[in-house]
Design a protein around this ligand. Sequence first.
Ligand SMILES: NC(=O)c1ccc[n+]([C@@H]2O[C@H](COP(=O)([O-])OP(=O)(O)OC[C@H]3O[C@@H](n4cnc5c(N)ncnc54)[C@H](O)[C@@H]3O)[C@@H](O)[C@H]2O)c1
Length: 376
Amino acid sequence: MTGSARVRVGLFGAGLVGQAAHAPTLWDERERFDFVVVADPSATVRQAVASRYSIPNAVATLEEALALDLDAVVIAVPDPAHRAAVLTALAAGVHVFCEKPLAVTVAEVDEILAARGDRVVQVGYMKLHDPATEMMVERLRDGQVDLVHLSVEVSDPDQAPFVDHLGLVTGRDVPPELVRDTRAGAAAAVRDALGVDPDRAEARAFEAFLGSLVHDVSLAHHLLGSLGIDGPLTLAAAAMFDEGRGVSLDWLLPADGRAHLEHLNLPGVPFYRERVTAYCRDRILELTFPSPYLRHFPTRLVERRPDGTVAGLETTEHRASYEEAFRNELRAFHDSITTGAPVRATVEAARADLLALIDAFRLASRGRPATGPGEA
Ligand SMILES: NC(=O)c1ccc[n+]([C@@H]2O[C@H](COP(=O)([O-])OP(=O)(O)OC[C@H]3O[C@@H](n4cnc5c(N)ncnc54)[C@H](O)[C@@H]3O)[C@@H](O)[C@H]2O)c1
């Protein structure tokens, strides 16, 4: 394939992120992608999405989609269904973009690694493709940056406030056995991580670590990697709180530094913010991400440096561009397929992220305070 080739692509799973991000992007990026098929077990969903984006084929299963001679597939089904979908797609010889988390156990990621061969496999870490993240990496690489503390704090009310205006279609017609299998897969993954049956808070926290904090772990790994700080990092602390809705982890950094990452789910307040602050000895760099579903709403990068006087501070707000992270990641996927450009969000990175998240989940579960009557 040459760099200008159109990639024949299918979307498997056209739910929230499929409709809010991937379908409109594939439709919009038609110079790069020939959007041949949408596959979703819900007939309501696949028909609505096919009609909205003039996709010529709407099918129920990934296998039916793969029969249409695809080059690539974008997988956006629920987490426990990722492994089977990725392996099926690789067995059919197509390139794979799969939403995060790539899989729900490290053993599953290893199966994907073993099956990858020469195919492109990219994970849906769109924040790594945000223009402001790219600029932050440039700023971190500018001179001898001496990082003392990395702080990531997310306040997340879930998606509703930011997608309500998009008219997303949901279907109650997913076959019940598929829903049951997906739930069973999710429960098995938590049991696999914990070694015993989880309680409700643990099950919720597992989802918060793997489904939400995964973005922050991947971003932190990426930013630290740009400074030559490569994992695995030593886990110093981890917590779950608010019955598993809130999760956090701390890592030790070289030279007695520390990183703290936390994700708070607060559905009562329709405000999203992800703040990533790199406290370095000669500057403070801060990214502030808006809800990822908002379009043309750039992430802010603010840099604060001394100006050489006692109190003087230079504050610079960088605007890299209005490009979308969700769009850039699929452009990068196209590029890797057609030109062999290296993948940024790799399977190897996803494996390191998952190891760190599962470690943190286990420590958080072990360290829960006893709160029963008379135990506090
Ligand atoms: N990158 C991001 O910011 C981001 C945001 C949201 C979700 N995600 C990820 O994308 C994936 C999809 O999440 P979502 O929120 O769009 O989910 P969703 O439940 O809204 O949509 C999933 C779609 O997949 C279909 N489906 C296919 N196989 C299925 C199966 N075996 N069981 C049940 N449904 C099946 C459903 O019909 C549904 O249309 C998840 O892995 C999630 O973690 C990523």
